[in-house]
Write a protein that binds this ligand. Structure first.
Ligand code: ADP
Ligand code: MG
Length: 265
C-alpha cells in the first residue's frame, strides 16, 4: 500500500482585510504535498507569507480559499494531529521540564503516570535526561527549544510544524540545535514542515526545500535535497551543499534585498 500523504495543501490563498485599510494579499494559490516521514522546509524573504501558511495549516487562521488536509482529513481548527513550535518558547514557567513535556498529553486526558512515561521518552530523545525536574528559567535558550520540540512530539502529531524555531538563538547554538533536531527527527520519524529564512538551515535539514516568492507568497521552485543521511554539520562545507545554497540564494536574493530596503526606509 502506498503511504498516505501526511499533508496536502491545495489552492490555498489568503487575503487580509482590515477596516479602513487596503487589503493585503499574503498567499496566492499554494499547492504542496508532503509525504509521511518527509522533512520539508519553506524558505522565503520576510513578509512572503510563511507564518501565515503555517497558521492556516495549524488551523489558527482561516484561508480565503483552498483546502488543507492532514492524513486525508480537511482541517479548519487546531487539532492533536498537528503540533507547532514557534520562535518564542511557549513553556509554562511554573511547570518542570517533565510536566511541560507531558502537558499536551494530560490536557488530552491521559493519566499523569502514563503522560510522564511518554514524556520521559521524548526528554531522553531530546538529550535532556537529568533535567526533568528543572524549571524553564534554569535552562539555556537552546535547551528550552528542545523542551518545546519534545513537548510537540510527545502528543504524537501527524505533522510537526516549526516556525523559525531557532531564530532567537545565537549562531553557534543554532548550528548545534540543527544537528539536535536531525537526531530527534531520525528517531521519531515524524513528518516535519519547517519555516525559515536561513537557507543553509533549510538545505542541511530537509529532503526538499520549497522556495517562496515575495508577497503574495507563492511556490517559486521545489528543490530536492539528495545529500546522504545521516547528515553531520560538516556536510555544510561540501561543494554540493554550497551549490544548493547558492542556487536558492539566487532565486530569492532580489526579494530579500527589497524586503531589507523596505525595512530600512
Ligand atoms: P513571513 O512569515 O514570511 O515573514 P507573514 O506570514 O508573517 O510573513 O506575513 C505575510 C504578509 O501578511 C505580511 O505583509 C504581513 O504584514 C501580512 N499580515 C500577516 N498577518 C496579518 C494580519 N493579521 N492582518 C493584516 N496583514 C497581515
Ligand atoms: Mg514569519
Amino acid at each position: 500500500m502506498m503511504a498516505a500523504d501526511a499533508l496536502s495543501i491545495q489552492g490555498i490563498s489568503k487575503v487580509f482585510g482590515r477596516p479602513g485599510k487596503p487589503t493585503v494579499e499574503a498567499l496566492r494559490d499554494i499547492n504542496l504535498t508532503i509525504r509521511e516521514g518527509e522533512f520539508v522546509s519553506i524558505v522565503g524573504a520576510s513578509g512572503s507569507g510563511k507564518s501565515t501558511l503555517l497558521r492556516i495549516i495549524d488551523g489558527l487562521l482561516p484561508a480565503s480559499s483552498g483546502v488543507v488536509r492532514v492524513g486525508g482529513a480537511a482541517v479548519n481548527r487546531p487539532g492533536a494531529d498537528r503540533a507547532m513550535v514557534f520562535q518564542q518558547d511557549a513553556l509554562l514557567p511554573w511547570n518542570t521540564v517533565l510536566d511541560n513535556v507531558a502537558y499536551g498529553l494530560v490536557i488530552g486526558g491521559a493519566r499523569k503516570r502514563d503522560a510522564h512515561a511518554v514524556a520521559q521518552r521524548f526528554i531522553e530523545m531530546a538529550g535532556l535526561k537529568g533535567f526533568e525536574q528543572h524549571y524553564p528559567h534554569q535552562l539555556s535558550g537552546g535547551m528550552r527549544q528542545r523542551v518545546n520540540v519534545a513537548r510537540a512530539l510527545a502528543v504524537d502529531p501527524k505533522i510537526l510544524l516549526l516556525d523559525e524555531p531557532f531564530a532567537a538563538l545565537d549562531a553557534q547554538t543554532r548550528e548545534i540545535m540543527q544537528g539536535e533536531l536531525l537526531n530527534i527527527w531520525q528517531k521519531s520519524r515524524t513528518t516535519v514542515l519547517l519555516i525559515t529564512h536561513q537557507i543553509d538551515e533549510a538545505v542541511f535539514l530537509s529532503d526538499r526545500v520549497v522556495v517562496f516568492s515575495a508577497r503574495p507568497g507563492s511556490v517559486r521552485e521545489e528543490i530536492p535535497i539528495a545529500l546522504p543521511r545521516p547528515r553531520a554539520l560538516d556536510v555544510k562545507r561540501s561543494a554540493e551543499f554550497g551549490a544548493l545554497v547558492d542556487h536558492i540564494w539566487h532565486l530569492i536574493e532580489h526579494e530579500v534585498r527589497t524586503a531589507v530596503a523596505e525595512n530600512l526606509a
